[in-house]
Ligand binder design. Structure first.
Ligand code: GDP
Length: 174
């Protein structure tokens, strides 16, 4: 079965995006316990695809030991699963320049050789005129090429859902 790995910094809205995609509430846990960096959660979607919820990163109040645990967990995930990831989905905050940790995750996905989709979440928090410059900043920071997938998204409003589902479905057919 195809395996989609979702990554993003804590509080970026990863759980909300996953819930929005799966079309039902409480598939993934939303909110609370930020900084839980010790667990990779797997969900089976419609018996068709594995949705892998990689632990959020970059939460300021996390201890050094916890950060190291996160690093080890990611390392082992990418070592074991590198070949199995159908698509990496990196969720960033459309309002901000991608963080150092976003870049690290981005390069891990690239190195693993899987295609990647960048989801720029919290679109509803920007004015229309702010969207294009925000997307450009994300493109430049992540050094995306012309054809690379960058989806403006709002987990809150549902914007971008069809586009993202379309890209994920296309990845299944490849
Ligand atoms: P996670 O830590 O990345 O899993 O983030 P959550 O899904 O728990 O969301 C963190 C916070 O951001 C919650 O308060 C969500 O309601 C909020 N949030 C998530 N997505 C959006 C969005 O698209 N727009 C807005 N305005 N808020 C969002």
């Amino acid at each position: 079965r195809p395996q989609f790995a979702f990554a993003g910094r804590s509080n970026v809205g990863k759980s909300s995006v996953i819930n929005r995609l799966a079309g039902r509430k409480n598939l993934a846990y939303v909110g609370a316990s930020p900084g839980k960096t010790t667990q990779i959660n797997y969900f089976l979607v419609d018996g068709r695809a594995y949705l892998v919820d990689l632990p959020g990163y970059g939460y300021a109040k996390v201890s050094k030991a916890e950060k190291e645990r996160w690093g080890k967990l990611m390392e082992s995930y990418f070592q074991d699963k590198g070949g199995l990831i159908t698509t990496g989905v990196l969720i960033v905050d459309i309002r901000h320049k991608p963080t150092e940790n976003d870049l690290i995750m981005h390069y891990w996905f690239r190195e693993s050789g899987c295609p990647e989709i960048i989801v720029a979440n919290k679109l509803d928090k920007l004015k229309k005129s702010q969207v294009e410059p925000a997307l450009s900043l994300i493109r430049d920071t992540l050094e995306l090429a012309e054809g690379d997938a960058l989806v403006p998204f709002s987990a809150e409003k549902g914007t971008g859902k069809e586009e993202l589902i379309g890209l994920l479905n296309a990845a299944c057919e490849e």
